[in-house]
Design a protein around this ligand. Structure first.
Ligand SMILES: *Cc1c(COP(=O)(O)O)cnc(C)c1O
Length: 434
């Protein structure tokens, strides 16, 4: 198909994610022909830095040779079989290595195929656990303002992304959300969030099944970073109340914020972990919910006590092969150590961008960085303007409204990251000029 025919067909047949039909018609999509390392290549062979990591999952760059090899090897023997009564070595080996990487006390892995599912599975585990273990009154969930846990109805209920999900309010189940720190006065607004969580759990804790949080960084809420001490207080409050702490590490896991799991910033051990995105190095849909033996034990007994949940592609061997190779690459290529050096470079670059007139805020942690071009408006246009300019200059950067963020591969080469920062600088200058 030539370029025009491809775009015309895309416009006629696709229903694009997060895109208005007007934008679909108005803006030409980037036609990606292939990808390698930190680069996407368009039909003309132009290299474009994939600065949003193909929606935050591309931690090791595109088509890492070992990932490609692992996928081919697995495809040669077994591409899929159900986990109803059967098992296979790749997925078992992955579960073993995942547990070895998990925080202390974690012993069980439940597989699925996307982050929203991994979150909903954690919520169902928490809910059923209490329902069948003598605490039927624990039916409520608590979460943070600005949190994003996925787009399915349960995940939307747990999240609080009003710009994304307001229309579905009548369908959501009731969840108690902490107040938004950005709508509170003072620099200690996260302190107020922690206090709200503590007061709620101290007063009504026996009604709560779980508190769910994105640890340290709230991704879709605008790459908002909060202190480890706050996460620690969430853990302590949940423990005091006898409620579970679910951490949604779908984005923050796999070293995105520095340590392998973001909870390690706070030395916190959660009860359930949702993982996806980087889990399969951003190469195939794959997800996992990790649990402690204590929770697993709560499902022992007769058949009716089982977790009656599962997806067709539970433990899919291709996804598992990639996820297993991913863990090995992290180990063999010292990915977290490389990411630490790149994170320092990223932070330095962001600090410089922070001094540009019109940039109203910058922040970064690990290999996540964000800057504000306005008032935090999800439907704001400045971010999009900057992003369109960046594309012309050779980087694909999807904004969250007026928030521009970077989540490059953890192992992005130094010169590629330097180039990316230059492109960001040039694009925001032009976008701010109007
Ligand atoms: C992306 C994301 C999800 C949803 O994952 P999908 O695979 O898109 O369903 C859930 N939680 C967080 C924190 C995410 O960033």
């Amino acid at each position: 198909m030539n370029r025009d025919a491809l775009i015309a067909s895309d416009r006629r047949h696709l229903w694009r994610p997060y895109t208005s039909s007007e934008d679909h018609e108005r803006f030409e999509p980037l036609i990606v022909e292939r990808a390698e390392g930190p680069y996407l290549y368009d039909a003309e062979g132009r290299a474009i830095l994939d600065a949003s990591g193909s929606w935050w999952c591309n931690n090791l760059g595109h088509r890492h040779p070992r990932i490609v090899e692992a996928l081919k090897r697995q495809a040669d023997t077994l591409m899929h079989c159900s986990f109803g009564g059967s098992t296979h070595e790749t997925t078992v080996a992955l579960a073993e290595e995942l547990i070895a990487r998990a925080p202390e006390g974690f012993t069980r892995v439940f597989f699925s195929d996307n982050g929203s599912a991994a979150v909903e599975i954690a919520a169902k585990m928490a809910f059923q656990y209490f329902q069948q273990n003598g605490q039927k009154n624990r039916r409520r969930f608590l979460s943070l303002a600005g949190s994003y846990h996925g787009d399915t109805i349960g995940a939307m209920s747990l999240g609080a992304s009003s710009a994304f999900h307001a229309v579905f309010d009548p369908l959501k189940f009731e969840v108690t959300h902490a107040p938004d720190p950005e709508k509170m006065d003072g620099a200690d607004s996260w302190e107020n969030v922690a206090r709200f969580i503590e007061e709620t759990l101290d007063a009504e804790g026996d009604e709560f099944a779980a508190l769910i949080v994105e640890p340290i960084v709230q991704g879709a809420g605008g790459m908002r970073i909060y202190p480890a001490s706050i996460l620690k207080r969430f853990r302590e409050a949940a423990t005091r109340a006898g409620a579970l702490l679910i951490v949604d590490e779908v984005f923050t896991g796999y070293g995105r914020t520095g340590p392998f799991w973001a909870v390690e910033h706070a030395g916190v051990i959660p009860d359930l972990i949702a993982s996806a995105k980087g889990l399969s190095a951003g190469a195939l849909p794959f997800a996992a919910t990790l649990a402690t033996e204590e929770i697993y034990d709560g499902f022992r007994g007769d058949k009716s006590r089982a977790l009656l949940h599962g997806h067709t592609f539970y433990g899919n061997p291709l996804g598992a092969a990639i996820a297993l190779e991913t863990l090995r690459i992290y180990r063999d290529e010292r990915v977290l150590e490389i990411a630490k050096e790149r994170a320092a470079q990223l932070k330095e670059g962001m600090d410089a961008l922070g001094s540009i007139d019109g940039v109203s805020g910058i922040r970064s942690i690990g290999m996540v960085a964000a800057l504000e071009l306005g008032e935090r408006d999800y439907f704001g246009e400045r971010g999009w303007r900057a992003s369109r300019r960046a594309l012309e200059l050779g980087a694909q950067i999807r904004p969250l409204g007026d928030t521009l963020y970077l989540v490059p591969p953890l192992n992005i080469p130094q010169d590629a990251l330097a180039r990316l920062l230059e492109i960001v600088e040039a694009s925001i200058h032009e976008s701010l000029r109007g």
